[in-house]
Each structure stands twice: as structure tokens, then as C-alpha cells.
Design a protein around this ligand. Structure first.
Ligand code: GDP
Length: 301
């Protein structure tokens, strides 16, 4: 399946929310009442009040009737997603930034960190690269077990310690083993919950620092994993994590089950963070490099 088809299939639920109102608004040449109805459905798709209002404004101002309004809407959304840097690539096609390339995965519990680490490991392995998975979520034995299962399935190596071990020690060992063993990639899965938010953020800072101690320049990538069904809540999470450690990119998961996929656009726009990968299902192939044009095409009927 091509990227557009994958997005189109995955974004069905959000598109259903937008479809009728959008067709009505553009079909009528964008009259005030239908534009108002459109704004309501943009809010339902969780574009956020600011982005929704500005999008409707763009459409109101656009000349050229229905076609013009639709084109204006698409152009505006694309502009909102404009992100500096190279075009998205299949994860394994991007050469490691160092050897090993150390990548930290952050995010609250249930956001899809472990699944994303597993999917990434499998993709790297399929491309012939060596992968070490570090289980730095030592608070839940189940998290390390889940990662162990991914390691087994993908042919990655796993580094774990006993439940309750210091997550920073796991990260330190993982980077050290990655270096000593000549691995291509080290993926470190972190905890998403602690007694308090402050503790969690302090913990993540420490894990981040310790990676650099084990290997100057590490971590080379820090991916924040956000649950796409949580809509605008993604925004407050992104702000919180961004304050603690430098984030290099976002992974937005579960877009296949979400009717709020519009929130991805406002999160990207308001945090300035680049969406690198999106999760569109539980299968291995359902983790995709993010492509803004295909996304907007699939979102807008
Ligand atoms: P973690 O606590 O952040 O490590 O989250 P997990 O990786 O354990 O994921 C939580 C749940 O979300 C699991 O049941 C995953 O199978 C599911 N999940 C993760 N990514 C996706 C996705 O892109 N689509 C769907 N439908 N489910 C996903």
C-alpha cells in the first residue's frame, strides 16, 4: 500500500468527522452558516480552537468558490505542518547518526513507547542492522517483559536489570554495551509514570545525562511518543517533556483508532516539534514516516 492509502485508511475516523461539514461548506461557496458548522467539526476533529478559527478565516477570505476554499484550507494546514529538515524517510533507510545511534523513547504510560521501540527494532533488523533494546522502565516488570517479547520477535538483543533497578544505570549499561558490541542502534524505552511528574522529569533528565557520560554526543535522538487518541492532551504532554529534555521529534500513535487526528497538526504547529513517525495500527508495517502532504490529503475529503 502506498503512503497516501495507508494514511487514508488509518485516518478514516477523523475524516468521517470532517467530511460532511467540509463538503457542505465548500459546496455552498463557503457561506457564513456552513463555515460555522465547519468550525464545529474542526473542533470535533480536535484541531484546537486557534487553528480551527484560523482555518475557517482562510477559507472565508479565499476567492474562487468551493475549489478555492478547499485549496486554501489544504494550503493552510500544510503550512502549519511545515517543518525544517530533511524529508521523512523509512526509519531503517536513514543511516545511524553514530555507531551506535542512541535513541531515547519518552512518553506517558500507554502512549505506545514500547510498541514503537519494538516496531523500530524490527524494521532495523529487517534491514540487516544490529539493535540493542534497553529496558529502562524498571518500575513495571511487565514493561521489560513486553520489550523482551519484541526483542525475541525481531532478533534484537535486550538489556534489562531487576525490577526497581536505577533506570539511569540501565541506560548507561545499554549505551556501554552498544559501544562495546558495535551495535548500529540502541533504543532505550523509559518509564512513563512515577510518583510525581517532578520525579519523572528529574529521572528523565538523569537518564539523558547518563547517556552522554557513557558516549559523548548520546542520545542522538529523543523521540516523544504521544497517543493520537488523546487529542489536545498531547499538547500539554509535549510542553512538559520538552521542558525536561531536548526532544528531537514526535511519534504520534494510534491514529487508526482516533477521531481526533487533527490534533497532530496543532501539536506540531504550537510546539515547533517535528512529527517523525506515525502509528496507524498494531502491525509491524503500521509505523510510518510522517509525510505532511499525504496526511493533509488523507484528512481532508
Ligand atoms: P507504553 O506504555 O507507552 O510503552 O505503551 P505500549 O507500547 O504498551 O502501548 C499501549 C497499547 O497501545 C498497546 O496495546 C499497543 O498495542 C497499542 N498501540 C501502540 N501503538 C499503536 C498504534 O499505532 N495503533 C493502535 N491501534 N494501537 C497501538
Amino acid at each position: 500500500m502506498g503512503l497516501f492509502d495507508v494514511f487514508a485508511k488509518g485516518l478514516q475516523r477523523t475524516r468521517a468527522v470532517l467530511e460532511r461539514a467540509f463538503v457542505a461548506a465548500t459546496g455552498s461557496g463557503a457561506d457564513p452558516a456552513t463555515l460555522e458548522a465547519l468550525e464545529a467539526s474542526l473542533l470535533a476533529a480536535d484541531l484546537g480552537p486557534d487553528l480551527a478559527a484560523r482555518l475557517v478565516d482562510e477559507m472565508r477570505r479565499s476567492a474562487g468558490g468551493a475549489g478555492g476554499a478547499r485549496a486554501a484550507a489544504k494550503a493552510f494546514l500544510l503550512k502549519s505542518l511545515a517543518q525544517p529538515g530533511p524529508a521523512p524517510e523509512e526509519p531503517a533507510a536513514r543511516p545511524p547518526l553514530a555507531r551506535p545511534e542512541v535513541c531515547l523513547l519518552l512518553g506517558v504510560n500507554g502512549s505506545g513507547k514500547t510498541t514503537t521501540a519494538g516496531k523500530l527494532a524490527a524494521r532495523y533488523r529487517a534491514a540487516g542492522q544490529t539493535v540493542l533494546l534497553g529496558a529502562a522502565d524498571t518500575f513495571r516488570a511487565a514493561a521489560a517483559d513486553q520489550l523482551a517479547e519484541w526483542a525475541r520477535r525481531s532478533g534484537a538483543e535486550l538489556l534489562r536489570q531487576a525490577e526497581g533497578a536505577d533506570p539511569a544505570a540501565v541506560a548507561f549499561d545499554a549505551v556501554g554495551r552498544g559501544l562495546a558490541g558495535g551495535f548500529d542502534r540502541v533504543l532505550i524505552d523509559t518509564a512513563g509514570r512515577l510518583q510525581t511528574k517532578v520525579n519523572l522529569m528529574e529521572e528523565l533528565k538523569k537518564v539523558h545525562r547518563v547517556c552522554a557520560k557513557a558516549m559523548p554526543g548520546a542520545p542522538h535522538r529523543v523521540l516523544l511518543v504521544l497517543d493520537g487518541t488523546s487529542g489536545q492532551n498531547m499538547l500539554s504532554q509535549a510542553r512538559l517533556f520538552k521542558e525536561a529534555v531536548p526532544i528531537s521529534g514526535l511519534v504520534i500513535t494510534k491514529l487508526d483508532g482516533s477521531s481526533k487526528a487533527g490534533a497532530l497538526i496543532s501539536v506540531a504547529r504550537e510546539t515547533g516539534l517535528r512529527v517523525e513517525l506515525v502509528g496507524l495500527g498494531e502491525g509491524l508495517d503500521d509505523l510510518r514516516a510522517f509525510d505532511a502532504a499525504a496526511y493533509v490529503d488523507a484528512l481532508l475529503p
